[in-house]
Design a binder for this molecule. Sequence first.
Ligand code: SF4
Length: 362
Amino acid sequence: MKSPETHLTDSDRSALADWFGHHRRDLPWRQSKDPWHIWLSEVILQQTRVDQGLPYFERFVERFPTVADMAAAELDDVLRLWEGLGYYSRGRNLYRASRYVIEERAGKMPTTFSEWLEMPGIGPYTAAAISSIAQGLPHAVVDGNVIRVLARLHGFSEPVDSNASKKTLQTWADAFLNRDSPGDHNEAMMELGALVCAPRAPKCDSCPLSDTCIAFREGRQESLPVKRKKKPVPHYDIAVGIIRNEDAQLYIQQRDTDAMLGGLWEFPGGKVEHGESPAEACRREVMEETGLDVIPVEQIATIKHAYSHFRITMHAFECALNGTGKSSSSQPHAWIAREEFGDYAFPRANRRLLELLSQEPD
Ligand code: SF4
């Protein structure tokens, strides 16, 4: 499919730049052109609201002021700081890429778009954002905010999540890019999407591009962008065992680094199979994962949690150990006391369970 041309002009570019000059938020990553800080902010802010990501950015910059500081740390240190942000692969990739800079690039940051793309876990969006904002290179970003703005400006009625539409949107973004100040232009487009061209009730009356916006002219701004219908989100019942040794320490294990939530720690357990009760699943899963024979004696919590592609209900059982407490798991595992709960990174649902356990009387 041939990409349609954009109708946006130089004066639209100027209007956007002028608006950004007056309305840009004073965010901490905008006070620096340090590629490491821009990189951190871009990774933290993917799939995350600015108000939620801001304290994480500040903690990361304080703990890892340079890429070398992160590369010298352990993955566990990064995941502990990442805890609560979700999409943990971002934290793992950030850590891998920091090591890549030190080990494969002799500590030298990439200086071109294609060098950024060679880094583990960095795709076209992040490469364009860092190289334009930190290094002034002419690459247009296309994130969720920019897609919405461009789709409305062009009155684009195709589903924006198809491959053909993504190409069209990138072509429009490239054509509209202000090559004299690509970083500011990219930030302005994202800022316009965040502050004015919001998903619901866009503030077209205060938009610098309303004169040129096809959706606004046709009164279609609320119905764009179009997205393909989402499949229903699957739901799984999960059973986990709370197992204590004679010193009242709890058994936890670390997830495989390559798995979803990889590198995080959790209570042993797994999916409840068809025809199985949660207590039966708890006993079976604990045995399969750890070799420990346990008797689930009481269900102590039911926790619901939504991940990006599925939802879970976690059934947590207080378990009695039947036999020795010697785990045969090949995964890293540990017995931890209540005071050590903060020393390990846990997924959100497990952390909520730990919070309940912390409230138990001594
Ligand atoms: Fe978005 Fe309205 Fe501006 Fe169009 S006029 S870009 S719909 S805020």
